[in-house]
Design a protein around this ligand. Structure first.
Ligand code: DQA
Length: 146
């Protein structure tokens, strides 16, 4: 029934490929999503991906998640470090939540080393580039309640 996994990409991730490739890699978001759909199909799980540059839209998507999805994978991007609203929305969820970052945020500027999401997520994957999303998918699928 409720087996779908929601994957949220935060602000500026629609610019992947062009955006600081030395930090985020050369894959576009479409390529990352394609890799996720292909892995999901192999694993027999349903996924939906959503990208927004707007904090409120991300909050609303998370608010709707309880009814539809069994797990959330989220790269909140810059909102990781600023958004109490996204943190509070995640607190509404009773499902596994995996925080993903392409770069290793702990190797970067001090302001990126603090995540407002980490302690309300089930776990975090940071620094493995596009592979991190696939690892997150495996983690989420393994954690979904039967
Ligand atoms: C990011 C890290 C954030 O600090 C940054 O603002 C991003 C991407 C990552 O995936 O490494 O936009 O979340």
């Amino acid at each position: 029934m409720k087996k779908k996994i929601l994957i949220i990409h935060g602000p500026n991730l629609n610019m992947l490929g062009k955006r600081e490739p030395e930090t985020y890699g050369s894959d576009t978001l479409e390529e990352i999503d394609r890799a996720l759909f292909s892995r999901a199909q192999q694993m027999g799980v349903d996924i939906e991906t959503f990208q927004s540059n707007h904090e409120g839209e991300i909050v609303e998507k998370i608010q709707s998640a309880s009814r539809i999805y069994a797990a959330l994978i989220i790269n909140p991007a810059a909102y990781t470090h600023t958004s109490i609203a996204i943190r509070d929305a995640i607190l509404l969820l009773d499902m596994p939540v995996i925080e993903v970052h392409l770069s290793n945020i702990y190797k970067r500027e001090a302001f990126r080393q603090r995540s407002l999401i980490a302690d309300v997520a089930t776990g975090q994957i940071s620094g493995f580039g596009r592979l991190g999303y696939v690892l997150a998918l495996e983690a989420a699928a393994g954690l979904i309640k039967p």
